[in-house]
Design a protein around this ligand. Structure first.
Ligand code: FE2
Ligand code: FE2
Ligand code: FE2
Length: 326
């Protein structure tokens, strides 16, 4: 029966968001140590309390739909859980990196709840629908708070650094941006084949040319600083443990996950360029600052286009399940 499969799908997504919240809790408990600024520390502390409540609410709904704790445990530990894909090995070591990762993570949460809300709607589960809407709004607010704190995060990262050190930092940020664009290329080149639906594939194809151009521009700025991209991306940047391989093991929900993941990835890039803009300005490199500012706008626009595919993505998840049941 289709209704039965929609309920199953609902349970699966509830389990997914539960594991996302558990990972959020772990990250938020560590955040104050790295935040480097009282206001940032306060923001993270507040969201920790909010997240504790979110975890409880999701668990409550899971219990209501009758999911066994063992199921919850299984899926939480499963490699390929949403958060695991992008953040498994992330260990931000500066206030700037922390803000950038947190910003991306909030976007991933938002995407997950947007999807859950649509699925709950179709399953006729009003309680889950309302919960997803409410928590999604909290994630968006948290993302906005971080977006209002880029200056603060950069100040905290560069505090007590001399002009020479800031110049060196600028090269590091440029190299990170370069590595991030390399990962973006990987995502966008492979994405259309695993997207599973045309709307998302098209967004990927459109953003691919832009991404090549971003990388070229960053390359140019590196050259202007007598520098080059780092030879080993992994060494240059311990952010975004991007594991596209997970997506190749295509599952019915691969397109939906990819649509959420790509959104978080564009947010990660947005954060990287927000930081780069400010570090460049502090280093007196207006050209890099202007470039980064322009790219920020394009990353943000790409994220919004990805968000525009969520309706179709959710439909696809539900259709797959119904077809699968027949
Ligand atoms: Fe959350
Ligand atoms: Fe959150
Ligand atoms: Fe991008």
């Amino acid at each position: 029966m289709p209704e039965h499969t929609v309920d199953e799908q609902l349970t699966k997504y509830l389990t997914d968001v539960h594991s996302i919240e558990e990972q959020a809790l772990a990250q938020l408990r560590l955040a104050p140590r790295v935040a480097g600024d009282p206001e940032l520390r306060r923001i993270f502390g507040e969201h920790l309390r909010e997240t504790e409540e979110q975890e409880r609410l999701v668990r409550e709904q899971l219990e209501r739909v009758g999911a066994k704790p063992s199921t919850v445990k299984d899926v939480a530990g499963r490699v390929g859980g949403w958060g695991m894909i992008l953040f498994a090995r992330v260990n931000p070591d500066t206030p700037g990196k922390l803000a950038m990762h947190a910003y991306s993570y909030e976007h991933m949460e938002l995407a997950a709840y947007e999807l859950l809300r649509r699925i709950a709607d179709r399953a006729g589960n009003q309680a889950v629908r309302d919960m997803a809407q409410r928590i999604g709004a909290q994630e968006r607010t948290m993302a906005d708070r971080i977006a209002g704190s880029w200056d603060r995060a950069v100040d905290a990262s560069l505090r007590e650094k001399g002009a020479e050190d800031i110049g060196k930092d600028l090269v590091k940020y440029l190299r990170d941006a370069h590595a991030l664009e390399a990962q973006a290329l990987q995502l966008l080149e492979t994405g259309p084949q695993i997207a599973g639906f045309e709307a998302l594939a098209e967004v990927f194809r459109d953003h691919l040319d832009q991404t090549r151009e971003h990388q070229r521009l960053v390359d140019e700025r590196l050259a202007a600083h007598d520098s080059r991209p780092a030879r080993f991306h992994a060494g240059a940047m311990r952010v975004g443990a991007l594991n596209l391989g997970t997506f190749f093991k295509a599952q019915p929900d691969t397109p939906a996950k990819l649509a959420g993941f790509a959104y978080a990835f564009e947010a990660l890039e947005t954060g990287a360029y927000e930081l780069l803009t400010r570090v460049a300005r502090r280093a007196g490199d207006e050209e890099t600052a202007a470039m980064a500012e322009r790219i920020v706008g394009e990353e943000r626009a790409a994220a919004e286009r990805v968000a525009g595919t969520w309706d179709v993505a959710a439909e696809l998840v539900l259709r797959e399940m119904t077809v699968g049941a027949g």
